[in-house]
Design a protein around this ligand. Structure first.
Ligand code: AMP
Length: 299
């Protein structure tokens, strides 16, 4: 079973207190697709411009990501730039150049429309909804978002939430959406907006799932050094969806384990700029960290 992933495909220029790296492969869909590719085949939907380096197309191919749904248009690729503070948690957006993203309409190739697992990675909620109108009968649809859409596209986001099974957001976004300071209070309100599965990400403190089988607290892998956390959230949800697409049994049977695999994949993402570390990871290394995490939470 493959996962269909739609989201941003970008060039990211990232500045940390220690280093600066321009025009890396980034975007929510790129991070999620590479993470998911460790577990299942991936179909990518996105848009890039004619300036998009061939080496990044080759990278998608090395991960066996199906890019039939990647539009290559006249113009420049979406370019995002961000700067981290010393604590590596606080991030400031320095620049957003939409380029070809401005006129992007995600159109699914016919071969994508029957996908059973769909990840609507961070992108305008109206576009996320547009993808769903083209799907035949997905088994599990998860959506991610960001503060920008809560600020400028709340009505579209609320419409989307009625149509997805799972919603993944970070704690500050959950607070912004529900005006609840308490994570569990926020979760209760988010369920009322539609999603049966709500996952709140808490950065280096892991994540919390609320599902028909109750709560699950998913740990983050304890890293001693974070090089660049850009895309960690996308890697987390991408890894989880990839895991779910190939695991036997129901979503409820597998989602906790899926989150742990996603969490470990995200830990690798944080150890290098952009996707530089993740693309060199092996499934065996992921499995090893999952084993370590298992020991850490056993009591
Ligand atoms: P994260 O670190 O999980 O928040 O994701 C960072 C990724 O989001 C980067 O690779 C950016 O290219 C991408 N991104 C930044 N701004 C936007 C936006 N407005 N829409 C879609 N993706 C974005």
């Amino acid at each position: 079973m493959s996962v269909l992933i739609v989201g941003s495909t970008a060039l990211d220029s990232i500045k940390t207190p220690k280093a600066e790296n321009p025009r890396l492969l980034g975007g929510s869909a790129s991070h999620a697709a590479v993470a998911a590719s460790f577990f299942s085949p991936v179909k990518l939907v996105g848009v890039v411009g004619k300036d998009f380096p061939k080496r990044y197309i080759d990278l998608y191919r090395r991960h066996k990501i199906d890019i039939e749904g990647l539009q290559i248009l006249e113009g420049n690729t979406f370019h995002w730039s961000g700067e981290y503070e010393v604590n590596m948690n606080n991030r400031r957006t320095l620049l957003t150049e939409l380029g070809v993203f401005e006129t992007f309409t995600p159109t699914l190739p016919k071969s994508y429309q029957k996908s059973e697992f769909v990840l609507l990675a961070n992108i305008a909620p109206a576009l996320q909804s547009h993808v769903l109108t083209q799907m035949e009968k997905p088994r599990f649809v998860a959506a991610d978002t960001m503060d920008l859409w809560l600020n400028i596209a709340m009505p579209d986001l609320l419409k989307l939430l009625k149509k997805v099974d799972g919603f993944v957001l970070n704690d500050s976004e959950a607070h912004q959406l529900t005006k609840e300071d308490n994570v569990f209070g926020a979760i209760r309100k988010i369920h009322k907006l539609g999603p049966k599965y709500v996952i709140i990400k808490k950065g280096s403190h892991g994540s919390v799932l609320s599902s028909p089988r109750g709560f699950f607290i998913c740990p983050a892998y304890p890293l001693q050094k974070v090089v660049d956390p850009t895309g960690a959230g996308d890697s987390f949800v991408g890894g989880m969806m990839g895991y779910l697409a190939t695991a036997k049994g129901s979503i409820d049977d597998n989602i906790r384990r899926g989150m742990v695999f996603g969490s470990v994949t995200a830990s690798f993402c944080c150890e290098g700029f952009g996707l530089t570390k993740t693309t060199h990871v092996t499934r065996a290394q992921i499995n090893q960290r999952v084993k370590e995490l298992e020991k850490l939470v056993k009591f």
